[in-house]
Design a binder for this molecule. Structure first.
Ligand code: SAH
Length: 217
């Protein structure tokens, strides 16, 4: 049985050295969430390689450095309400749940039923079931019933920023979304300031496509 805990600490040390992790909150969260619990049985031993891995249905769990970048850029705080599009394995949602704490909540949407079930089971088993709600739906429409959100992030590549997501973002809120082609995107950060959307390009990234009404067909 591999020593997952020391592998996890080594990976986090490495992500700090490479500059992907800088805040105590993200450091703490990534040292606590067991990534191996969000992988299919035969891939668990690769949990602490800094790489995306297949989780079935042609989808992937994001690489740890990408989860770290997004968690740092989102600037999550305790008590926040967060919306994720693309639950996948549930790992990224668990990292966010660790940061927002017991007063916060993560809603995460997944369009593939088997993955929604997989994510939910992984989150329950690792103790994040209370603070994370998995919803089986098209996330490009957002989730109006719990809006507005302090933070929103999309874990799949979109052709454009889905308009329901900027509408459901709180004033002062932040949204992260990979925008570009089907195989390569730029990670865009949007800050909502009253009527204004302030956008910044954080650089290149690679995500599976966002498929839905306000995504790819
Ligand atoms: N955050 C995940 C990785 C996400 S991979 C993790 O930590 O494991 C991207 C996921 O987005 C895939 O599971 C894919 O099925 C899902 N997806 C793509 N389009 C979607 C949509 N419109 N709504 C919800 N989920 C979507």
């Amino acid at each position: 049985m591999p020593d997952y805990e020391s592998e996890r600490n080594n990976l986090v040390d490495n992500l700090r050295r490479r500059g992907y992790i800088s805040s105590p909150a993200v450091d703490h969260a990534m040292r606590h969430v067991p990534r191996e619990e969000f992988l299919p049985e035969d891939l668990k031993e690769d949990a602490y390689v800094d790489s995306p891995l297949p989780i079935g249905e042609g989808q992937t769990i994001s690489a740890p450095h990408m989860v770290a970048i997004m968690a740092e850029q989102l600037d999550l705080k305790e008590g926040m309400t967060v919306l994720e599009i693309g639950a996948g394995s549930g790992y990224h949602a668990a990292v966010c749940a660790e940061i927002v704490g017991p007063e916060g909540h993560i809603y995460t949407i997944e369009r593939i039923a088997d993955l929604a079930t997989f994510a939910e089971a992984n989150l329950k088993r690792t103790g994040y079931g209370k603070n994370v709600t998995v919803i089986f739906a098209d996330g490009t429409r957002g989730l109006p019933e719990h809006a507005p959100y302090d933070r929103i992030f999309v874990a799949a590549g979109a052709p454009d920023i889905p308009s329901p997501l900027t509408e459901q973002l709180a004033d002062g809120g932040k949204l992260l979304v990979p925008v570009g082609g089907r195989y390569y995107q730029d990670l865009i950060r949007v800050e909502k300031r009253g009527e204004k959307l302030v956008k910044e390009n954080l650089g290149g990234c690679v995500f599976v496509p966002l498929i839905g009404e306000h995504g790819y067909q």
